[in-house]
Ligand binder design. Structure first.
Ligand SMILES: [Zn+2]
Ligand SMILES: [Zn+2]
Length: 337
């Protein structure tokens, strides 16, 4: 869709005028004045945060403040700039900036096939070799990101840092989403019973495993459903996916699980052999091959196939396939609060 839109930029003034009349903004290039205004409010916000840090952590306040902090968007694709990668701002000879991906598209769709980007704002041309990173804009993006992370309200008692939490709610699809911390092994106890007591029948759970610099886990829409027979197992399908917040990937990363693997195994309260909870086949919590597993932080995790890391047979989101986590947390996605 966006490629189509980019291609349409070159269809001539007539088309653009017509599309403009429809409310389409073909060249909404972020003007410097707007950046400076946003930056100024950001600096004020950061300063404000320094002197009254509690304000940044007030429940129900942070998300709207974060949204009000504003974003920097590429004028072509209208997607938010990132400090690096495809969405990092690059500057053309004329001084106008667009994201790296859109600049590549401008070169690819040059009307006469030259290796040059024709600026959609002023029609000036920049040789591909003369395109430069816009360092000032990248710094501005970084500053805004840092400010927005700090404005987001952390769930009370969570193990997640602002950066990790911000990444997680981004993966959940909405930075205004609210989560509540239900259980932490380090706080509430490490046994299966401790976890079941805290989590109860809540659904839309986020499991967060922390080991050294690795932070990863799983979203489980269906919650933990115990079997009728407490010595048995319960297995059921529900929407679930895995994620990495820190350690393996430079960015928070969502890992989709094949449809046929989207099931959860939950041991009964009195089931004494083996692993207590298995999420999506490859994330096991309270893992043991021996009787009487006592600690939910005992984990086993790997992904088969090349889905996660190209070329590898199995991939760990953490330090090793089997490990004792530093902490295990369960959060509950709360909507509209
Ligand atoms: Zn773009
Ligand atoms: Zn230009």
């Amino acid at each position: 869709m966006r490629h189509t839109r980019n291609a349409q930029l070159w269809k001539g003034t007539q088309t653009l005028t017509a599309r403009r009349a429809e409310g389409f903004k073909p060249y909404p290039v972020t003007p410097l004045a707007r950046w400076l205004r946003i930056l100024a409010s950001g600096v004020i916000g950061l300063f404000h945060g320094c002197i009254e840090p509690d304000l940044r952590l007030t429940h129900g306040h942070g998300a709207s403040s974060a949204a009000a902090a504003g974003t920097l968007e590429c004028g072509v694709c209208q997607e938010e700039y990132q400090p690096d990668g495809d969405k990092a701002p690059e500057v053309l000879r004329c001084g106008h900036s667009f994201c790296a991906k859109c600049v590549r598209n401008l070169v690819r769709h040059h009307p006469y096939g030259r290796r040059a980007a024709k600026c959609p704002e002023c029609r000036d041309e920049t040789e591909e070799a003369d395109v430069r990173p816009n360092h000032l804009a990248r710094q501005a993006v970084l500053s805004l990101l840092a400010m927005r992370m700090r404005l987001v309200s952390l769930p009370e008692g969570t193990s997640l840092t602002h950066q990790e939490y911000y990444g997680l709610v981004g993966l959940l699809g909405d930075h205004t989403m609210k989560l509540r911390s239900l259980y932490r092994a380090s706080r509430d106890g490490t046994t299966y019973g401790d976890m079941l007591r805290c989590v109860g029948d809540k659904t839309r759970l986020v499991f967060v495993i922390r080991k050294d610099e690795y932070v990863f886990g799983a979203f489980v829409s269906g919650g933990l459903k115990l079997p009728d027979d407490p010595t048995d197992w319960n297995a059921y399908d529900c929407d679930l996916w895995h994620f990495s917040l820190a350690g393996l990937f430079p960015q928070p990363t969502k890992i989709d699980i094949d449809r046929e693997k989207q099931h959860v195994y939950v041991a009964g309260r009195q089931e004494v052999y083996g692993t207590k909870v298995r999420i999506g086949g490859y994330m096991w919590l309270g893992h043991s091959s021996e009787e009487l597993t006592a600690d939910m932080r005992s984990c086993r995790q790997n992904h088969p196939g090349p889905n996660v890391l190209a070329g590898s047979g199995h991939a760990c989101l953490g330090v090793s396939v089997e490990f004792m986590a530093d902490d295990l947390e369960v959060l509950h996605v709360v909507d509209g609060q």
